[in-house]
Design a protein around this ligand. Structure first.
Ligand SMILES: [Mn+2]
Length: 415
């Protein structure tokens, strides 16, 4: 029902003759005859709830047709059960269902000369089979040349605001990842390798029928200064920090959490000094999140706190070198995609926070070896990231179960 309501809501934003065509992913080859684990396309999942590969949904005010893989005893014995054409209308609340292989033959009968078409990506009617896409593009290109639009602006606006079911899944995902981050703090000690700690996340996530929402970053010492480090195979050294950026997925919805803590359980003085700045920047940025505030406010706040902090420690002379130490944004939308859909600007002006948006808040400081900085700060890379829901009275930190106060971390790790 929830998916039917979403289709209805989407159509209400489009013109009366709108026909929406959205497709999901195909399986992707890993090697030989082995595929990567399949994950549906987020927008397709959002609008249909259907999680098999190779399917296309076509819907308008009066009709919802789904194209999918038919039942096939032999293939199902090898690769798993399929919903099939016969059961699809009832299960997915569609008017009609057809074999995906008949898509090109049937699509024109679902359109009229009045139809205006909305696709999920430019020139991509997928199912992401290139030859079919080209054939389809050719077959309707002439007829619909001037009445084809991108679905993305309309759909992104909807996905940007989370409903209560979505928030529930995101809370579950944030709780599970928070638990894993604290487990990692408890298990970490010098002499282990980064992959030992990565395995703590793998295990906890899998035990709850969940999985990573993106490749985790488990970065000891100087590796923390490589923003997208994911080799996760180096030794964890006494006296260094461990930065972990890891989240999981619950029914498609992501959490995305970063914590940084000392490998031996005790922050050194220089580590403490940098940590306090990042934590203050993060808390101040979160505090700025209220409905009606500009969505770039958290970044401005975080940059101010980090600038002041680094100048005070003598690491920076003025604001002009901030990017040497803090070179990424302070947050991104979070939802079905870990970097979720939705722009930060709308009609050329900065968007304002609205109830139901979920953003990450993730300032950091990364100090590589450099003549310009006192060597006691070298190889300190710290990021603290939480998932924040905008609420009527301000915000709610979905990932607040993951401790981040310096004393709390030391206490947990001393057990
Ligand atoms: Mn993030």
């Amino acid at each position: 029902m929830i998916h039917q309501n979403r289709r209805k809501e989407l159509l209400s934003k489009l013109d009366d003759n709108a026909v929406v065509i959205v497709s999901t992913n195909s399986e992707q080859k890993r090697n030989s005859d082995v595929n990567y684990p399949f994950r549906p396309d987020s927008s397709f999942w959002y609008l249909t709830g259907f999680i098999e590969p190779d399917a296309i949904a076509v819907f308008s005010k009066n009709n919802y047709t789904i194209f999918l893989k038919p039942k096939d005893i032999t293939k199902e014995i090898w690769n798993g059960l399929r919903l099939g054409v016969e059961m699809a209308p009832k299960t997915l609340l569609a008017n009609n269902a057809y074999d995906i292989d008949t898509f090109l033959d049937k699509i024109e009968s679902l359109l009229t000369s009045e139809s205006s078409l909305y696709f999920d990506a430019p020139g991509n009617i997928g199912w992401k089979d290139v030859s079919s896409t080209n054939k389809l593009n050719q077959s309707i290109a002439l007829k619909f040349r001037n009445r084809t639009q991108l679905l993305d602006p309309y759909l992104s606006e909807m996905r940007l605001i989370k409903d209560s079911t979505e928030i529930q899944h995101m809370q579950t995902a944030a709780d599970l990842a928070s638990k894993a981050h604290m487990q990692a703090m408890i298990r970490t000690r010098p002499g282990l390798y980064e992959y030992h700690i990565t395995a703590e996340f793998d295990t906890l996530f899998r035990k709850e029928d969940s999985e990573h929402s993106y490749p985790p970053i488990v970065a000891g010492g100087e590796n923390a200064c490589i923003l997208h480090y994911n080799e996760n195979n180096k030794l964890l050294n006494d006296g260094e920090l461990l930065l972990i950026d890891a989240g999981c997925e619950i029914l498609g919805y992501a959490s995305d959490i970063t914590r940084t803590f000392p490998i031996n359980g005790k922050f050194s003085e220089p580590q403490k000094e940098i940590y306090e700045i990042v934590l203050k920047a993060q808390k101040s940025a979160i505090a700025s999140i209220v409905p009606g505030e500009a969505v770039n406010k958290p970044h401005e706040v975080a940059c101010d706190v980090i600038t002041q902090g680094l100048i005070k420690l003598g690491i920076m002379d003025d604001a002009s070198s901030l990017r040497d130490f803090y070179m990424h944004g302070t947050g991104h939308w979070l939802g079905l995609d870990v970097h979720d859909v939705g722009t930060k600007e709308i009609n050329n002006t900065i968007r304002k926070f609205k109830v139901g948006m979920v953003t990450t808040v993730e300032p950091g400081i990364y100090i590589r070896k450099s003549d310009k900085v006192d060597s006691k700060y070298w190889n300190i890379g710290i990021r603290i990231e939480d998932d924040v829901l905008v609420t009527e009275d301000g915000h709610h930190i979905l990932s607040k179960a993951a401790i981040k106060e310096l004393e709390d971390i030391e206490q947990l790790m001393s057990q």
